[in-house]
Design a binder for this molecule. Structure first.
Ligand code: GLN
Length: 540
């Protein structure tokens, strides 16, 4: 097993996850099986209880793991399905050490950060890597070198390096190279300091990746090489890319793959980056374009919807189409009266060719989303609803097409018509962590429907994360009104997909199709949204 440990210096938000995934993609393109492990030094056991406002989207894995969004990047860049144990947090590490201590497993020892916590971290990294069956594991350490909370993890990877030997573990350090002053000089001092900090811990980086707006100048590379003790060709530039999927190509040009292969004595197989290059060029310079309205409530932090926006760009690349996302804050399309609201919706959405209402929790912004759904439904604008977007499509239809005034979901308010209600298995559950209906669940699709047409199948597996569902008491009434439930669970009780037969493209799902979308295999609901948006645009 080979390990590549990616650390970050100077500050967070440098795109360490993208860098790590890109390195993985490059090694994969040389014939190796690559996996990704993300370490998050916070005390939460998983990302499931964390607000998208602070950390961006909660990504959902096949096994129901609610994890850091970087795992989504790994899945997309490496085209692989990961499991929850690939996200190691301080919370899970401490929880299992404390459980072992309570069981008496430590046989009277004083239980300490070193060696007990560090051993636990090391064992986890090794066992996850081994279980994955990969040749190479990319281990990304969240946070910034120097943070108190990342110390035990840095110490653990330092020990792992000694244990497995230098040719089996490589350190990649990503830093910021700021530009100062009117002349725009690139500055290496922050990089020098963060490498110094790493060396104090006993870690000597093999590769330094410098984030800057523009490529690092040769002189700057030489300076970093000299001060940080790495060969000059191991100082790699990571300038702003036009698109995240371009990053592997930018790194490759500078010889990073060869450097890694040589250092780790890896014998590469086939070279295969052509399809990826084609995908990137369609993303960067497509011949067509559409505008898609995205109605959210965390729209100022774009990372909150990263899988949705990625799925849109995968779909766009497939159709040689640029996607201009029109971000709409749901509360801005909620007004005093119904007609004022629809006017506000029109103001925001009159130029879009398609609309997405994504997932979410809580009451805030729901009325705005419902207004946008009504606009899409009544004006024949291509539409997809995801999870909460599906539930609110049912609410909108119940209120405005069936005349059930005040219909709503019981998550939001007391209502005479709770068309969306809590899952029976969630009644009385107090713990918020890991208790929703999560991960892969089978969905059976009705023959002859739009869903069957776009999936080309009558049985699919999709990822879920919800606590509420369509209330079975209303299913018959809703179907009589003309909305078709074209996807259900295996027993036929849980509604999974709804669609409107007399609309050009109106489809919504209780599951999250965005989590399965991959660069060259867009999720069908997104792919057909873009196709239909192009048709809609043509008609305008
Ligand atoms: N809040 C809704 C539920 O719990 C939808 C969740 C979501 O969009 N992920 O069912």
């Amino acid at each position: 097993m080979k390990y590549i440990v990616v650390t970050g210096g100077v500050l967070s938000g440098l795109g360490k996850g993208i860098t790590a995934s890109s390195i993985g993609r490059l090694l994969k393109s040389r014939g190796f099986e690559v996996t990704g492990i993300k370490i998050d030094p916070y005390l939460n056991c998983d990302a499931g209880t964390m607000s998208p406002f602070q950390h961006g989207e909660v990504f959902v894995l096949v096994d129901g793991g609610e994890v850091d969004l970087d795992l989504g990047n790994y899945e997309r860049f490496l085209d692989t399905d990961l499991t929850s144990d690939h996200n190691i947090t301080t919370g899970t590490v401490y929880r299992s050490v404390i459980e072992k201590e309570r069981r008496g497993d430590y046989l009277g020892q004083t239980v300490q950060i070193i060696p007990h916590i560090t051993n636990e971290i090391r064992d986890r990294i090794k066992s996850v890597a081994k279980k994955s069956g990969a040749d190479i594991a990319i281990v990304e350490l969240g946070g910034t070198v120097g943070d108190i909370e990342s110390m035990p993890f840095l110490e653990a990877v330092r020990q792992l390096h000694i244990e497995v030997g230098h040719e089996n573990l490589l350190f990649v350090h990503t830093t910021l190279v700021p530009v100062i002053g009117v002349v725009g000089e690139q500055k290496t001092k922050p990089t020098q300091h963060s490498v110094k900090e790493l060396r104090e811990i006993g870690i000597l980086p093999d590769i330094i990746i410098g984030r800057a707006k523009k490529p690092l100048e040769d002189e700057i590379k030489q300076k970093i090489s000299l001060f940080c003790d790495v060969p000059v060709h191991a100082v790699i530039s990571a300038p702003d890319a036009r698109n995240i999927y371009e990053v592997p190509l930018i790194l490759k040009e500078q010889g990073i793959t060869e450097f890694i292969l040589e250092k780790m004595r890896l014998k590469p197989g086939k070279k295969d980056l052509e399809a990826w290059k084609g995908f990137v060029s369609r993303l960067i310079a497509p011949s067509k374009s559409v505008s898609i309205g995205l109605i959210g409530k965390y729209t100022h932090l774009k990372d909150s919807y990263i899988s949705v926006t990625e799925a849109l760009s995968h779909a766009g690349a497939k159709e040689d189409t640029r996607i201009n996302i029109v971000w709409v804050e749901a509360e801005e399309i909620e007004k005093e009266t119904h007609s004022e609201s629809l006017e506000a919706v029109h103001e925001h959405l009159k130029d879009v060719n398609g609309i997405v209402v994504p997932g979410g929790f809580g009451e805030r912004g729901t009325e705005g989303k419902i207004n946008a759904i009504e606009y899409a439904r009544t004006r024949n604008i291509p539409f997809i609803g995801l999870c909460l977007g599906f539930q609110l499509s049912i609410v909108e239809f119940s209120r405005n097409a069936l005349g059930l005034r005040g219909a709503h979901g019981s998550e939001f308010e007391d209502t005479p018509y709770p068309v969306i209600d809590i899952l029976p298995e969630n009644i009385g559950i107090k713990n918020m962590g890991g208790t929703m209906r999560l991960g892969h669940q089978r969905v059976l699709i009705k023959k002859g429907t739009l869903a069957e047409n776009i999936y080309g199948a009558t049985e699919i597996m999709e990822r879920h994360r919800h606590r509420y569902e369509v209330n079975p008491d209303f299913i018959e009434r809703i179907e009589k009104g003309g909305l078709v439930f074209s996807g259900k669970d295996e027993v036929g009780i849980r509604m999974e997909i709804c669609e409107l037969p007399d609309h050009p493209y109106f489809i919504a799902s209780q599951f999250h199709p965005e989590f399965k979308s991959r660069p060259m295999r867009p999720a069908p609901m997104f792919h057909y949204l873009v196709k239909n948006a192009l048709v809609f645009r043509g008609k305008k």
